[in-house]
Design a protein around this ligand. Structure first.
Ligand SMILES: NC(=O)c1ccc[n+]([C@@H]2O[C@H](COP(=O)([O-])OP(=O)(O)OC[C@H]3O[C@@H](n4cnc5c(N)ncnc54)[C@H](OP(=O)(O)O)[C@@H]3O)[C@@H](O)[C@H]2O)c1
Length: 255
């Protein structure tokens, strides 16, 4: 029997995560998806293509529950029965969007950091602890953002989380460089992509988000990539033999 490639992908209900999952719908792959709502369309497409796909509904702003679910799933896998395993942290949220000092609901700050940073870290922790000695190809892809490097007005939570995610990727990559069976890791900025995250951004006032006009112009000038295109490019990146040789990548430099 042909050994399968397993992909654990977060945030597959829409947007970039859906694009990545659709690009990976190939018979030799087994997709394990995570988001709060089920993507029925994706499940139908997987069924039609004869691809094994499991869908888990989970709120990734809850790190402990997320870690527990990932551990259950990973500990159920027999490493000798698979060809490779890849963890793709794509789920993310921009909110709360407000300049520091103007965010009234402090609980939203914790939720934002959880979904964008803490849960990717704790589930990567679980992933590495379970798969470290598996003698197969192992990868982690963290979907970051230009906001991990560039500050944006009103985005301090999101920018801080993405910067943290990128440093986490660098530390993990450094540690793995001395392992016998290393996990390869990349943090990728995906470019500006036509998703509901961008739809939401364009509804903001200039007072809330000073750079809103730039994003309106990108849409008006047809300069957004489609999630399907980005998904296809991410599949190509995952297939590259040198995946992980550079930890921080921007998709705009690769296509
Ligand atoms: N679009 C862009 O231009 C752009 C640019 C740079 C970086 N990115 C990054 O790309 C990634 C995907 O963004 P996108 O534009 O595709 O966003 P999107 O259209 O808003 O989709 C976000 C995905 O994340 C999931 N998600 C959000 N909060 C969650 C939670 N608490 N628990 C579980 N799942 C959750 C959503 O699923 P549910 O709502 O069903 O839970 C959805 O599937 C994010 O990490 C984002 O930061 C996007």
């Amino acid at each position: 029997m042909t050994k399968k490639n397993i992909y654990l992908i977060t945030g597959t209900s829409r947007g970039i995560g859906e694009g990545i999952a659709e690009a990976l719908l190939a018979p030799n792959n087994h997709l394990i998806c995570f988001s709060r709502s089920i993507n029925h369309d994706l499940r139908q497409k997987a069924k039609a293509a004869g691809v094994e796909l499991d869908y888990n509904t989970i709120d990734l702003s809850k790190p402990a529950q997320s870690a527990e679910l990932f551990r259950e799933i990973l500990e159920d896998i027999a490493p000798e029965s698979i060809a490779s395993i890849t963890l793709i942290h794509n789920a993310g949220a921009l909110e709360p969007l407000a300049p520091v000092g103007r965010e009234k609901d402090l609980s939203k700050i914790g939720q934002s950091l959880n979904v964008n940073l803490t849960t990717p870290i704790v589930t990567s922790e679980v992933f590495v602890s379970v798969v470290q000695n598996w003698a197969i190809d192992k990868k982690i892809l963290l979907i970051s953002s230009g906001a991990g490097i560039h500050p944006y007005h009103a985005w301090s939570m999101y920018c801080s989380a993405k910067a943290g995610l990128e440093m986490f990727a660098r530390c993990l990559s450094l540690e793995q460089s001395t392992e016998d069976q290393p996990v390869k890791v990349v943090a990728l900025a995906p470019g500006v992509v036509d998703t509901s995250m961008q739809d939401f951004l364009r509804t903001l006032s200039e007072d809330t988000f000073h750079q809103v006009q730039r994003f309106k112009d990108l849409k008006a000038n047809d300069q957004l990539w489609s999630p399907a295109f980005v998904g296809g490019e991410i599949r190509k990146l995952l297939e590259r033999p040198d995946f992980g040789s550079e930890v921080r990548l921007d998709l705009r430099d690769l296509v």
